[in-house]
Design a protein around this ligand. Structure first.
Ligand code: B3K
Ligand code: ZN
Length: 878
């Protein structure tokens, strides 16, 4: 194992490079056997660089072929090249051109960083540190340079040659080769470099910007998949229009290309003018993609497009600032989806994701601030904290400043920083200056790890006609951060009168209250409302206005009142979840629910289902009991996942069994023979119908199992087919095994649909699933170099199948650590991501903790990548 300090990079050590690279001329000769890269880097010292200061370029596994400065070859004593880079001991103290040549083996690059080959197509991934696997370079985001790229490749295997920017030349290069030259006029950091060479099909379209620039759009894919790219293209055009409308941001090049590849370490990459996508986030057709897939494609196409301004035009000074571009861009894509679809439904889904993924990260051994101040492996910081909590911070800023104030801040941010690499401090300064406010304390959100708990006590004084809320915030220690500061919490709220309508007040005192927003910036505060004639019911944290755990102690009666009357849809949903959560947690702890309390919840669920004003998508989200992981988190320690699983299923039965007739009627009423369409209303209808099917199964309603099997067999689209398959498998119905076998036989030839089968299998909460997964992995035809296949199976298991992963006998833990050790040798990023599934281990009961620790310790002695060893060290430090 590496020691704690080895390789640790600290934010406080940031210093600009003494040299900068201002322009880059790359020449790629791509052949089937290997690829030769010749780089001409125009380098200059920055002001103040002392004579004799070495130039240190990054390199990763490169073998230097030749090296020259201004055309003159260097002597061996002038430089040193090793596995980590290239040092020129005494470069000229003026502008000069450094020329290097290296030869790469993309075919053998299974890490999928740098230049690699995916199903025959050459492609690149450079963020964060992949460019150094292509050529020696200042591979840091604060070096912005203009790039010119010449590519030569065999015409037969690579008729399509793409790079960033605009195509300026093409032609025949003899010997069956051809070439293309691309120029990107926008200076950019190396992590945004991209090239693609391959035999690809495409669809094309165009978009005319507000100022009249006609942009040629194309999506490239393997031949035969063209028709499956239409939804992605539609999403792209809507994203371009939205960014103009909402933020006044236009696209800036004449072409925008997207390429779909099958082997990709994450979702997609925002390379300037040449986005590269994991094909699962491009391809969609109704019989193989679900509504969730359509939604994901729309969201990620938008996200990568929005990076053109938030990430590319304004980029990060260093990788500690990652959430500068990621948190902000996630916020932007969330807003896009909210505007295109339903704001309430989007908010609820995002909060579900935040709680399911980010809260456990923030409350476990891998907790870190949205802007970390140290790292050993930056690839391990592309986390839900940086992305999703980062987006929550931007959302709070928008809540505090209002939409117009937020927009003023964004405009000033672009005005000040366009074309440069910057920091969180500069981002906040733009909002502070544009609005004349101080954001010093607000900044703590970026620096502090952990989910704050917000406790609220209420009291009503009938005599004085006052209503008081006592607020308290607390954040528990996290690894490396023993003490915590008070944060600025924007708490949206409303008071409801006895008939459910909004209640006003004549005065308010005690804390900063602006209209229906309380701003809590101390550890505690008391807010007193005067002129309150009846005890109100408070709706707190409307729209989940701050990423906290709210502990309001409110009664079931008040919660169900909110579920019926709150004008805030998020809190109506939340209230129903809170009631289910309270019953489940009490039961796990040994206090069974009363018939009256379950009946009350059941009735509220029935009323929600029957409502004529709520939309289907909302109802589908509301008709649920919090998932097992959430119940576990609420309990917090000594968790027994089997007990939670049993209680949750019993509660689902108790609440939904009495609604069987109504659920079945809804199920039948929502049937449709209309052709599939991914619009919000149709998606919502399918979501609710499939939800009712799931609840009929969970409630063990007569005939439900057969109904699910019928839906599976007769489904007209993948959404309905998958829903029937997943809920039958989860419920372990007698029909489910036959359905799984049929699904594999029917769709096993389509890798992206096979992923769905792998994921449903891996999530099955039944004994034997580990052996099934072992058999799948042992099949020689299973592609262990493809991240999508591996993640669908093993990451799904570690993240979503808590009863089998956290088995008391340790078999689940051992399965995962053995997998990690094996795959680490092929692709360390996939391995380390899967290992993060262990982050729940400190919350488990003693036998499970022991078993987890034993499995993790077993990994320790082995030779591991930096990616895996970093996660493992942090995991075991707790
Ligand atoms: N910026 C890329 C993520 C790169 C991940 C590197 N480990 C995609 C995105 O967030 O848009
Ligand atoms: Zn991003």
């Amino acid at each position: 194992m590496r020691t704690e300090t080895e390789h640790t990079i600290y934010l406080k050590d940031y210093a600009p490079s003494p040299y900068r690279i201002v322009s880059v001329d790359l020449d790629f000769k791509i052949l089937v056997e290997n690829t030769r890269v010749r780089a001409l880097l125009t380098v200059e010292p920055i002001e103040g660089t002392a004579p004799g200061t070495p130039l240190v370029l990054d390199g990763d596994g490169l073998v230097l072929g030749s090296i020259a400065i201004d055309g003159a070859p260097l002597m061996l004593s002038d430089y040193a090249a090793n596995d980590d880079g290239l040092t020129l001991f005494e470069p000229p103290l003026r502008k000069f051109v450094l020329e290097t040549e290296v030869t790469l083996q993309p075919e053998n690059n299974t890490k999928l960083m740098g230049l690699y080959r995916s199903s025959g197509t050459w492609c690149t991934q450079c963020e964060p540190e992949g460019f150094r696997r292509i050529t020696y370079y200042l591979d840091r985001p604060d070096n912005l340079a203009v790039f010119k790229v010449r590519m030569t490749a065999p015409l037969d295997v690579a008729p399509v040659l793409l790079a960033n920017g605009n195509l300026v030349d093409t032609g025949d290069a003899g010997d069956g080769l051809h070439y293309a030259v691309w120029e990107d006029p926008f200076p950019k950091p190396a992590y945004l470099f991209a090239l693609v060479a391959g035999d690809l099909g495409s669809i094309t379209d165009s978009f005319t910007t507000g100022s009249g620039r006609k942009v040629d759009l194309a999506i490239y894919c393997s031949h035969g998949k063209e028709a499956q790219c239409l939804w992605a293209m539609d999403s792209l055009k809507r994203s371009m229009a939205w960014d103009e409308r909402r933020f006044g941001l236009e696209y800036d090049l004449d072409v925008f290309n997207i390429v779909a590849v099958s082997d990709f370490n994450f979702g997609a990459m925002e390379n300037k003018g040449l986005n590269i996508f994991n094909d699962r986030l491009v391809f969609a057709k109704p019989d193989t993609a679900t509504d969730g897939d359509y939604d994901g494609i729309e969201r990620v196409i938008a996200h990568e497009y929005f990076h053109n301004w938030t990430g590319n035009r304004v980029t990060c000074r260093d990788w500690f600032q990652l959430c500068l571009k990621e948190g902000l861009t996630v916020y932007r894509d969330q807003e896009f989806t909210s505007d295109e679809r339903s704001r309430a439904v989007k908010r609820i889904s995002d909060v579900v994701t935040l709680r399911r993924a980010q809260f456990p990260e923030d409350g476990g051994p891998l907790a870190h601030p949205p802007r970390p101040d140290q790292y050993r492996e930056i690839n391990n910081f592309y986390t839900t904290t940086v992305y999703e909590k980062g987006a929550e911070i931007v959302r709070m800023l928008a809540t505090l400043l209002g939409e117009a104030g937020f927009r003023k801040g964004m405009d000033l941010y672009f005005e000040r920083h366009d074309g440069s690499a910057t920091t969180i401090e500069a981002f906040l300064a733009a909002f502070a200056d544009a609005n004349g406010v101080n954001l010093d304390q607000f900044k703590t959100w970026y620096l502090q790890a952990g989910t704050p708990k917000l406790s609220v006590d209420e009291s009503y004084d009938a005599e004085k006609q006052t209503y008081t809320l006592k607020l308290k915030q607390e954040t528990l220690p996290t690894p490396g951060q023993a003490t915590k500061q008070a944060l600025v919490l924007p708490i949206k709220f409303g008071l409801l009168g006895p008939n459910g309508s909004p209640m006003g007040w004549s005065g308010v005192s005690g804390a900063e209250v602006r209209g229906e927003l309380i701003v809590l910036d101390g550890a505690t505060a008391e807010v007193t409302f005067t002129g309150i004639a009846n005890r109100p019911v408070a709706s707190l944290l409307r729209g989940f206005s701050a990423p906290v755990v709210l502990d309001s102690q409110s009664s079931q009666e008040d919660q169900l009142f909110l579920a019926r009357h709150d004008s805030d849809p998020f809190n109506r949903w939340q209230a129903l979840q809170d009631v289910g959560m309270a019953l489940a947690v009490a039961a796990v702890k040994g206090t069974p629910w009363s018939d009256a309390s379950v009946t009350a919840l059941s009735q509220a669920m029935g009323d929600t289902l029957g409502s004529e004003t709520l939309d289907d998508a909302f109802k589908a989200l509301a008709l649920n009991i919090p998932d097992e992981q959430s119940i576990g988190r609420e309990i917090g320690r000594d968790i027994d996942p089997d007990a939670i699983h049993l209680v949750r299923n019993a509660l689902l039965r108790a609440v939904f069994e009495p609604l069987a007739t109504q659920l079945l009627a809804t199920y039948n009423a929502l049937a449709s023979t209309a052709p599939y369409s991914p619009d919000a209303a149709s998606t919502g209808r399918r979501a609710l119908r499939n939800r009712t099917l799931g609840l009929l199964l969970a409630g063990e309603a007569a005939g439900a199992q057969v109904l699910a099997a019928q839906q599976y067999a007769g489904a007209g689209n993948m959404t309905d087919r998958m829903a029937a398959l997943a809920s039958s498998t989860y419920a372990n119905t007698p029909e489910s095994l036959g359905m799984l076998a049929d699904f594999r036989a029917r769709f096993g030839g389509d890798p992206l649909v096979l992923d769905k089968w792998l994921a449903v299998t891996a999530a099955a909460p039944r004994d034997g699933v580990i052996d099934e997964m072992k058999a799948i992995l042992a099949d020689p035809s299973f592609p262990k170099t493809n991240p999508n296949r591996l993640r669908s199976l093993v990451a799904t298991f570690a993240m979503n199948n808590i009863t089998q992963f956290a088995r008391a006998d340790g078999a689940g833990f051992r399965f995962v650590t053995e997998f990690v050790a094996e795959v680490d040798k092929i692709n360390p990023q996939v391995a380390s991501r899967v290992l993060t599934g262990f982050r729940i281990w400190p919350m488990l009961d003693a036998p499970r903790r022991e078993a987890a620790k034993a499995a993790l310790s077993g990994l320790q002695g082995q030779s591991l990548s930096r990616n895996v060893s970093d996660i493992l060290t942090r995991m075991l430090a707790s």
